[in-house]
Write a protein that binds this ligand. Structure first.
Ligand SMILES: [Zn+2]
Length: 369
């Protein structure tokens, strides 16, 4: 088929427009060399992660490989999304004086400090994972929860790198990454405190959230001779109602009843399910309490709601050589998005004399509709 003059003319026009657009595009959309460096770093990280995935498949048994892959997939997906959405990754332009990386929410770009240019791709991946976490959880923007999550997610990445390096009898270390790792390993409560000390701006926002914990989740009658007071967590989120009972004969301990309500982990607390909390409590007591003796770890009902119960004894020091043996009963239940924990505590040798009061309290306990 031959072309008519009209068509040829039209095609010249099109070619001309395309060329003009190309010239215009290279001027307007020309990449900043620092952005190119950011994209090159991202590609390097992705290639590195891809190779690690392959290694995981080659060297591990399938169960392990799958676990590794699940973690990697998160990171690779994260980086893939950053790459595909042409999220600008720029070396330089970090506004905060203390940050090594940050998100600029006005244009969605991620800025890495220039000192990271040419750094180990694993270190860059870890910082990108932190910032990508912020972008993935925009609902938590600027909150302590968002920051805690970013620290935890970046550490999932770093721990994988450490694990693989160790398996190959190598070690990797990076002051910043290792500091973050230590903070995360200390547990969420301490991590929250640590981040608050680093960034005091989170203090106020978190207090707002404490007030949102439902304080009228239940009602119960405390023994009349107990002194009842309220408190709320400054660093961990909870509200508590505590009752101090009679002193023991040795004058070393007061019996007590304590009820705390904390949000589920998804709402900014420490645990999602009663089972998580009970598991943590038992592990913690086993590791730290002297002569810990677990008598019961079973399921019960608390005013018709499934609950878990622990009954145990342990020694507390009351002088250089003296100890008092305590007995505690702990009941944990979930209601809406909160976990409620009841603790009964007394000198073990006087447990019987307190038990009728503990039982009466439990009998009076009602969930608010
Ligand atoms: Zn952050």
């Amino acid at each position: 088929m031959y072309k008519t003059m009209e068509e040829k003319k039209w095609m010249r026009w099109v070619a001309c427009i395309v060329m003009m657009f190309a010239v215009f595009a290279t001027t307007v959309f020309a990449r900043d060399p620092e952005i190119d460096a950011g994209i090159a770093a991202l590609d390097e990280v992705r290639a590195f992660l891809g190779k690690q995935q392959d290694d995981a498949i080659k060297n591990e048994d399938w169960a392990k490989a799958r676990r590794a892959l699940q973690k990697w997939r998160m990171v690779v997906n994260l980086l893939g999304i950053l790459r595909e959405t042409e999220r600008k990754i720029v070396f330089g332009g970090v506004r905060s004086k203390t940050a090594l990386a940050e998100v600029h929410y006005d244009d969605g770009s991620i800025h890495l400090h220039k000192v990271l240019q040419g750094a180990d791709p694993r270190v860059i991946a870890q910082h990108l994972a932190h910032e990508a976490s912020h972008l993935a959880h925009l609902d938590k923007k600027g909150t302590l929860d968002g920051e805690v999550l970013a620290w935890q997610e970046e550490m999932e990445v770093w721990v994988q790198f450490i694990r693989i390096a160790l398996r190959n009898n190598k070690a990797i270390g990076n002051k910043w990454c290792d500091d973050v790792l230590n903070a995360v390993l200390n547990g969420e409560a301490k991590l929250r405190g640590h981040i608050r000390r680093l960034y005091p701006k989170f203090d106020k926002k978190d207090e707002d959230k404490i007030e949102k914990i439902p304080s009228h989740l239940y009602r119960a009658v405390f023994p009349s001779k107990y002194n009842v007071f309220f408190d709320e967590g400054k660093y961990d989120r909870y509200i508590g109602q505590h009752a101090i009972g009679p002193r023991n004969r040795a004058d070393s301990y007061s019996a007590g009843i304590s009820v705390t309500v904390a949000p589920q982990a998804v709402e900014g607390g420490q645990f999602d399910e009663p089972a998580d909390q009970v598991k943590f409590l038992v592990a913690n007591m086993q590791a730290n309490a002297s002569n810990f003796d677990l008598a019961k770890n079973d399921a019960i009902e608390l005013d018709g709601v499934p609950a878990l119960r622990l009954l145990f004894s342990y020694d507390i020091p009351v002088g250089t050589e003296l100890t008092t043996r305590l007995k505690e009963e702990i009941i944990v239940a979930k209601r809406e998005t909160s976990l409620l924990t009841i603790v009964f505590s007394a000198d073990e040798s006087e447990w019987k004399s307190c038990q009728s009061e503990f039982d009466a309290f439990l009998k009076s306990f009602r969930w608010e509709p």
